[in-house]
Structures are given as structure tokens and as C-alpha cells.
Design a protein around this ligand. Structure first.
Ligand code: FMN
Length: 342
């Protein structure tokens, strides 16, 4: 049977149609974070209720050259839930080609990075540098939207700096060209990650367009999620650093926004299971050596603030062998259980 256009699966419609999901809470999204939101971490976030996850940004130039790193970043899996792949770049044709390749590899949504403040990216006219060039934004959007059959979304900041706060204008332009959803990080490029995200300014973008707006910046607790929703009236909430070492934050926020307490902490046993599963998934994904090295920062986040955590991190950071790292992790959690029992 042929599907009509309206019956075709549309990830953005699915994401924002709460009735269908029978949930009170708005969609929760794992932010794209280079070096963090690889496939293993995104799968974990899905397991804990993230409605959409976004890959690390993949440089469009590297993507079209099919470098091993870019192909790794672009790996997505539809099994756990909705996944967007984020592309960065400044050349419309290169970005269109990178988008096409990502869709061929399975991306359900193409997100375009217009917020990265890092010098290396900005000096090439990509990331937040695009906010200074709306003409270029228009060219990129036209090229990418024409190139792929999946929804195209953008992630922006409030503007370049205090003198160029153009998030509203960029969001309107994007909407007019067919972008399906805008995520706004409530800081300017000049702020980098300093200061506090301005949720009211995110609300001004929400009020200016009809497409869904996702709010982002400084949500680390269920209460902050509610506050952002109230202040900005956003259609979805994106969480980045608040998920470090606690992918269960999505479960807690969803519970709280649905009227529950949202303070259900995972048991020590559940934590241990998550850490071990995550570690093993990283070894499978990256291989022994790289996986072991890349897992260190996650192990550090998981054990932050726990008794004996500093000593554990010191040892695991020196372990070049994944079996030893796993043994150290199991011993650390056994020790935690014994402390609790004592
Ligand atoms: C380590 C790190 C890497 C990031 N990488 C990306 C990226 O690849 N693409 C992007 O759009 N934003 C990136 N960001 C920005 C986050 O997506 C998010 O906008 C920012 O951290 C604010 O949200 P938060 O307060 O919830 O962390 C990154 C942030 C961090 C901390």
C-alpha cells in the first residue's frame, strides 16, 4: 500500500504531538555536545526517556571526505528513539551534500549548528559566526532543505553579542524558508558559556514564530525545567551539561513536569548497572583503547561527589586496559554498597 504524504512518518510531528503520547510533559531533548553525545550516550538518554537526541556536530567538509571520525559521529540508530544528526559548516553546497549523506546513513532529522562559539569553528564562518551573516543563513537553509526529504532544524544562540541580538530575526527567516523547529540557547556568542542563560529572551523567539521552539541553557534540575517552561513558554526543553553522569535526569524531569515529585534517584544498584552498561557500550562502539580512554570522563562524572571517588578517578585515569577499568569500577561500587550496609 502506498503511503500518502500525510501518512508519512514525520519526526517533528511525532515529537511535538503530546496527545498521541498521552503524556502531560513536553518533549525533552538531549543537547548536541561534541565529545559527549556519541551513540552510546544517546542510547542511554533514550533509555531514560529523552524524546529526541542530537549527535555531536559533524563538520560538513569532513563528512563529505568521509573521514573515519565524521562517520563515527554520524552513526545513528533508530532503534531507541528519534535521533537528529547535527552538521556544521558555512558552504551551502557542502552542507547540502553532508546532509544528504547523513540521511542516507539513517538520520531522521538534520540539525544545523548556528551556535558553536569555538574559535576554530567561528573563524571558518561556521557555528555562531553564521549569526552575523543572515544572507548566508538563507543560502544554507535553501540548499539543505532542498537536498533532503527529512525535517531540517537549527540551533542558534541569542545573537553574536549584546549589539547583535538577532535570534528573533533568524528564527523568522528560518521559518519562512521551511525550517521545522528552532532551538535557542539563551546566551550570545560573546558570552561563550559564562553568565546565566536568558530564558525571557528565548520566550521572545517563541512568541515570534509558529514553528516549535526548544529552549536550552542551564536546565539541570526538574524545577529549572518547569521554570524555563513557565518563563519562556517553549515547546520542548533541551538539556546538555545537566545530563553529565546522570542520564536519568530525563526521567526525573518528565515525572516532575507530569505532576510527580521528580526526586526519584536511581538506587546504587541501578547506577552501577548504568555505568557498567555505558562503559561496555563505549568499548563496543570505539574499540578497546579509544573506548577505554573516552569512557574516563563519564566515569568521573558518574562518581563525582561519591566517597572514594577521587581515588577511583585517579586509578581509572591511569588504566590503559578496559578490563582493569571495569574491575576498578565494579570494586568501587562494591565498596559503596558495603559503606551503605555498614
Ligand atoms: C562539551 C560541550 C560540547 C558542545 N558541543 C556542541 C555541539 O557540537 N553542537 C551544538 O550545537 N552545541 C554544542 N554545545 C552546546 C550545548 O548543546 C548547549 O547549547 C549548551 O551546553 C547549553 O546547554 P546546557 O546548559 O544544558 O549545557 C556543547 C556544549 C558543551 C558543554
Amino acid at each position: 500500500m502506498l503511503l500518502t504524504r500525510s501518512q508519512t512518518f514525520d519526526p517533528i510531528v511525532t515529537l511535538f504531538s503530546q496527545k498521541k503520547k498521552g503524556r502531560l510533559s513536553i518533549p525533552l531533548i538531549l543537547a548536541p555536545m561534541a565529545g559527549v553525545t556519541d551513540l552510546p550516550f544517546r542510547q542511554l538518554a533514550h533509555r531514560y526517556g529523552a524524546d529526541l537526541t542530537v549527535s555531536e556536530m559533524v563538520a560538513s567538509q569532513a563528512m563529505i571526505r568521509q573521514t573515519p571520525k565524521s562517520l563515527k559521529i554520524a552513526t545513528s540508530s533508530r532503534e531507541e528513539g528519534l535521533e537528529a544528526v547535527q552538521i556544521a559548516g558555512s558552504d551551502p553546497e557542502v552542507m547540502a551534500e553532508a546532509a544528504r549523506m547523513n540521511v542516507a546513513l539513517g538520520a531522521q532529522i538534520i540539525d544545523i549548528n548556528m551556535g558553536c562559539p569555538v574559535k576554530k569553528i567561528v573563524k571558518n564562518g561556521a557555528g555562531s559566526a553564521l549569526l552575523r551573516d543572515e544572507k548566508r543563513i538563507g543560502e544554507i537553509l535553501l540548499a539543505v532543505i532542498a537536498a533532503v526529504p527529512v525535517p531540517v532544524t537549527i540551533k542558534i544562540r541569542l545573537g553574536w553579542d549584546e549589539t547583535l541580538l538577532n535570534a528573533v530575526s533568524v528564527a523568522r527567516l528560518a521559518e519562512s524558508l521551511g525550517v521545522r523547529c528552532v532551538t535557542v540557547h539563551g546566551r550570545t556568542r560573546a558570552q561563550m558559556y559564562r553568565g546565566k542563560a536568558d530564558w525571557e529572551a528565548i520566550g521572545r523567539v517563541k512568541a515570534a514564530v509558529s514553528i516549535p521552539v526548544i529552549g536550552n541553557g542551564d536546565v539541570t534540575t526538574p524545577q529549572e525545567a518547569r521554570e524555563m517552561q513557565e518563563v519562556a513558554g517553549v515547546d520542548g526543553i533541551m538539556i546538555g551539561r545537566g545530563s553529565y553522569g546522570r542520564p536519568w535526569i530525563f526521567r526525573q524531569v518528565a515525572a516532575y513536569l507530569s505532576g510527580e515529585t521528580g526526586d526519584d534517584q536511581p538506587s546504587l544498584q541501578e547506577r552501577e548497572q548504568v555505568v557498567v552498561d555505558h562503559f561496555q557500550a563505549m568499548i563496543r562502539f570505539y574499540g578497546e583503547t579509544i573506548g577505554n580512554r573516552m569512557a574516563r570522563k563519564h566515569l568521573a562524572w558518574y562518581t563525582k561527589g561519591m566517597v572514594g571517588g577521587a581515588q577511583f578517578r585517579k586509578e581509572v585515569n591511569q588504566s590503559a586496559d578496559s578490563e582493569r577499568s571495569l574491575a576498578l569500577t565494579l570494586a568501587f561500587f562494591k565498596d559503596q554498597q558495603q559503606r551503605r550496609a555498614a
